[in-house]
Design a protein around this ligand. Structure first.
Ligand SMILES: Nc1ncnc2c1ncn2[C@@H]1O[C@H](COP(=O)(O)OP(=O)(O)OP(=O)(O)O)[C@@H](O)[C@H]1O
Length: 453
């Protein structure tokens, strides 16, 4: 899903995957605990980044947002080839980075710099800031000693520091100033592209905006392109032209900033936006929070990875249910999975979960069976029956979503990986292998649920 129209992309990322091996083992990936040998551990690859595609146009800032552990840093490092991709391609100025190694890759790296979250630990405390800024120039054989010193002083001034501080040590600077030193250091080799990994997260809120403004000024002056990672949507809103939202290793939505904030299409994006603290303390700060645990990237859910927490899971077409009945079924299935209530008897379970709306027909029969298991304390049986009969039959489980919709703000393309938008889509991804094997019965026939989020 290339993000932009018109201009040449500086960076093109295609179907990029990065898996971390968690060992294999002789027993087919199963290991045993030494202290508690009855405990088995399933090992497999951590699918940190899976099939990610996007473009970044020259001169723009793409904001990358998502909860901790969703794969933002791994994606950034894999794009820069600091980590070897498992598969997929990264084209920088039209050149496939995967085809480079050794000296040509090292030379290319000059054009692609990275700034990290913690300005403290990324600066060597034993070095003065002048030599710190000069270090990358030295490594790439740029200028002579005098030239490097002059450029370092000039850059210190450009990033908002006093060039007289050339001989100071990092500890003499505040957090914001240290991040400015990092900026000067990254700029020293005249890069085209800078990956900024949570560059202001460790700074006081009052300092964040100042550093972000400097970054924007530098972008203009030096014709820079940024991939800007943050978990804080207000920071993303401040700096980005377009925004990409990541969940459990995959892109779920990419759109123009205004489009993403004003017309979000993915329930995960909406949940993130709802979780932004609001300024009025009387409203309770946060309006809604994401519930449920993030599944393991070792064994992510089929279809849409967000479906196990999604407030808008689509009802399987084969069941005749009202929205309220379906909402109760989903809530019950998740509660059983979490074992989040005490087992009592059938009537109490019904009263607790289906007082206002209980489905009849085939769904009602299955539900009755599941409630019977719960009342008998047979949690596993209940969980299996509910998952197989309901959650796994949703199109959200059987088909991987990939759609493009028409934007209502701006010109950029709007990608949304959610089946809820399929009726409005101008383009859709191909049916996956999973869909054709598991979901044949449901493909093309599932109904779009109207559960509100
Ligand atoms: N070297 C590694 N070996 C195994 N798993 C890893 C490795 N690095 C990252 N992971 C796993 O990959 C997933 C993505 O991690 P990553 O650090 O990229 O996420 P993130 O979104 O940048 O998180 P944060 O905002 O906390 O930095 C996580 O499940 C993490 O545990």
């Amino acid at each position: 899903m290339s993000g932009t129209d018109g201009g040449e992309p500086l960076l093109e990322v295609r179907e990029l995957c990065k898996y971390f091996s968690e060992g294999g083992g002789m027993l087919g990936g199963v290991t045993f605990d030494r202290e508690f040998p009855f405990l088995k551990r399933q090992r497999g690859d951590v699918r940190a980044v899976e099939s990610v595609s996007f473009d970044i146009e020259k001169g723009e800032t793409l904001g990358l947002v998502g909860e901790s552990g969703c794969g933002k840093s791994t994606l950034a490092r894999t794009v820069l080839r600091l980590l070897e991709p498992t598969s997929g391609s990264v084209y920088f100025k039209g050149e496939d980075l995967a085809s480079l190694s050794g000296e040509p890759l090292r030379r290319k790296r000059k054009d692609m710099q990275m700034i990290f979250q913690d300005p403290q630990s990324s600066l060597d405390p034993r070095m003065k800031v002048g030599p710190i800024v000069e270090e990358p120039m030295k490594a790439h054989g740029m200028l002579d000693e005098e030239g490097r010193e002059a450029r370092a002083k000039e850059l210190l001034e450009k990033v908002g520091l006093d060039p007289q501080h050339y001989n100071r040590y990092p500890h003499a600077f505040s957090g914001g100033q240290r991040q400015r030193v990092n900026l000067a250091r990254a700029l020293s080799v005249n890069p085209d592209f800078i990956v900024c990994d949570e560059p202001v997260s460790a700074l006081d809120v009052s300092i964040q905006a100042q550093v972000l403004n400097t970054m924007r000024d530098l972008q203009e002056e030096f014709d820079l392109t940024y991939l800007f990672i943050a978990h804080d949507l207000s920071v993303i809103r401040h700096i980005s032209d377009r925004v990409a939202v990541m969940y459990l290793g995959q892109m779920v939505e990419i759109a123009d900033k205004e489009e993403l904030f004003e017309n979000p299409q993915h329930p995960y994006t909406r949940a993130l936006l709802d979780a932004i603290p609001v300024p009025d303390p009387r409203s309770g700060g946060r309006t809604a929070l994401l519930t449920g645990d993030v599944p393991s990237p070792i064994d992510p859910p089929s279809g849409c990875r967000f479906r196990t927490r999604c407030p808008s899971l689509i009802r399987p077409a084969e069941y005749d249910m009202t929205d309220a009945e379906w909402a109760n079924v989903v809530e019950f299935q998740r509660a059983v999975k979490r074992r989040s209530f005490e087992t009592t008897n059938r009537a109490a379970v019904r009263q607790r979960h289906f007082a206002d709306a209980e489905p009849g027909g085939e769904a009602g029969t299955l539900l009755d069976e599941a409630i019977g298991h719960v009342a008998a304390g047979e949690w596993e049986e209940a969980e299996r029956l509910l998952t197989e009969s309901f959650a796994d039959r949703s199109v959200c489980a059987t088909e991987e979503p990939a759609y493009e919709v028409s934007p209502t703000h701006g010109e950029s393309r709007h990608y949304a990986a959610c089946h809820l938008v399929r009726d409005d889509a101008v383009a859709a991804g191909e049916e996956t292998e999973l869909a054709s094997s598991v979901g044949e019965r449901f493909a093309g026939s599932a109904d779009v649920g109207e559960a509100d989020d």
